[in-house]
Design a protein around this ligand. Structure first.
Ligand code: AMO
Length: 431
């Protein structure tokens, strides 16, 4: 029999086909068994009528347990009650491997138990939907950036120095060369590469030894960092907005089933695909104080503050022009107000928090050296980076998008640990 993906059954009504997959669920009513089979592409109901199959097939159906791997053959039919759902009227059923006592059952399991069994938990419907949304976000990012003339250019993970401050570095012994650090961001390398290719981005794992135990922090997460020559602050924000809106549209178009499984409010997502709001940091602080926050000028925004600012906003909000003291050395100062830098954080709607951070970069070598000194960075470590400002320096900008943060927002997931296949957090390294 031709092998078919569950996802494509609707195109083959009345055909007899085989699905290779796993038994997700089984319920019997006398001589009829109702199975739910998943094959990676989706789920399909399969109905077995004892009268219509051999005694051997019926015995296999009776013996099959949750998560046994199976081969199921049957005729494709429209589900009698559920519009747009197709079922298999089973003629043959074979167990490929019988699973004994699958640990994740229908009963409620705590998050620690589920995380300990992450290698199995991935099979559940909700996790399946999130994994597929993650893939869609990645595809949308690649698609949009290529449309905007960026090329992908991968940056190293072993690095000799810090990009995002020295307090969140993971050290690694590196042969006779001393200590290397796992990359916090590929940005500095991309800044060098734009002088070759103009616009480029990387997309890979980055590492932060952050002692933050929140629903939004991982120690290993995937970041897309983009960098473009001859792009200044305003255009940088336009590219970011275009990218995030493209992601929304792509997911709405390609992930209807996944978003339905997540019970995601689609109207909210659709409404977020409109021009984003922009506040300066100063305006944001004022607004937050009016909303009851005791945040002071010069402080970073916490989770609650981000939530307050976006609570009634249908669209994501940029907070731009932060005080230079709380931002990294490479951000360009605003010539009209040198106390602030040309940067922005993008805060998602519905409690999504910060999903993108970016800035125009300081292209003047003397100002850059002064900023590095005041941050206590060792200039010798950054000589290669300073060369980018010595040989044909140009205005340029870039930004970093946290993949899991975006997936968490689009999927409406409570915790970021569900938005990466095998999460690494301060308290978790296994499985
Ligand atoms: P930043 O440090 O703001 O910027 O990081 C960029 C984006 O990465 C995500 N992110 C995280 N996601 C999960 N867990 C974490 N611990 C975590 N930390 C950050 C967020 C954030 O917006 N080099 C700059 C980017 C640039 O300017 O090009 C950078 O790394 O979504």
């Amino acid at each position: 029999m031709p092998q078919m993906l569950a996802r494509n059954l609707g195109r083959h009504i009345n055909a007899t086909v085989t699905i290779l997959g796993w038994l997700y669920n089984k319920r019997s009513s006398g001589p009829i068994a109702f199975l739910e089979i998943r094959d990676g592409s989706g789920w399909t109901p399969a109905v077995v009528n004892k009268e219509a199959v051999t005694a051997e097939v019926w015995r296999s159906v009776e013996a099959a347990t949750q998560e046994s791997s199976v081969s199921v053959t049957g005729k494709v039919a429209q589900h009698p009650k559920r519009e747009g759902v197709y079922e298999l009227q089973v003629t043959d059923f074979q167990i490929l491997q019988l699973a004994h006592d699958y640990p994740i059952t229908k009963k409620e399991h705590g998050p620690e138990f589920l995380m300990d069994h992450r290698h199995l938990w991935l099979r559940s419907r909700q996790q399946w939907a999130i994994l597929r949304l993650r893939d869609a976000v990645t595809t949308a990012v690649n698609e949009y950036l290529h449309q905007q003339n960026f090329i992908r250019l991968d940056t190293p993970i072993f690095t000799p120095n810090a990009c995002e401050g020295t307090t969140t570095l993971f050290p690694v012994e590196y042969f006779d060369l001393g200590t290397a650090y796992l990359a916090q961001s590929g940005q500095l390398y991309l800044e060098a590469a734009i002088a070759s290719v103009g616009r480029c981005y990387d997309f890979g794992p980055v590492f932060r030894a952050e002692k933050s135990k929140t629903k939004r922090h991982l120690t290993e997460f995937w970041m897309m960092d983009a960098e473009a020559a001859f792009v200044e602050h305003d255009e940088n924000l336009k590219i970011q907005e275009g990218l995030v809106r493209h992601i929304i549209r792509y997911c709405l178009e390609h992930c209807q089933e996944e978003l339905a499984i997540r019970e995601r409010n689609l109207d909210n997502l659709r409404q977020a695909d409109a021009p984003f709001t922009r506040y300066t940091y100063k305006q944001a602080i004022k607004k937050l104080n009016e909303l009851g926050s005791d945040i002071k000028y010069g402080e970073d925004l916490g989770n609650d503050d981000e939530g307050r600012l976006t609570k009634n906003s249908a669209v994501p909000v940029f907070i731009e022009k932060w005080p230079k003291e709380i931002k990294p050395f490479y951000m360009k100062r605003d010539p009209n107000n040198p106390d602030v830098v040309f940067n922005a954080d993008l805060i998602a709607t519905e409690g999504g928090g910060e999903i993108v951070g970016g800035s125009q970069r300081e292209e003047r070598v003397d100002v850059l050296i002064e900023r590095m000194k005041s941050e206590g960075l060792n200039q010798a470590d950054y000589e290669w980076y300073l060369d980018t400002r010595r040989f044909g320096s140009v205005p340029h900008s870039g930004f970093g998008l946290g993949l899991e943060r975006v997936v968490r927002w689009i999927a409406g997931a409570e915790h970021i640990r569900e938005c990466i296949p095998f999460p690494r957090t301060i308290g978790r390294l296994r499985p």
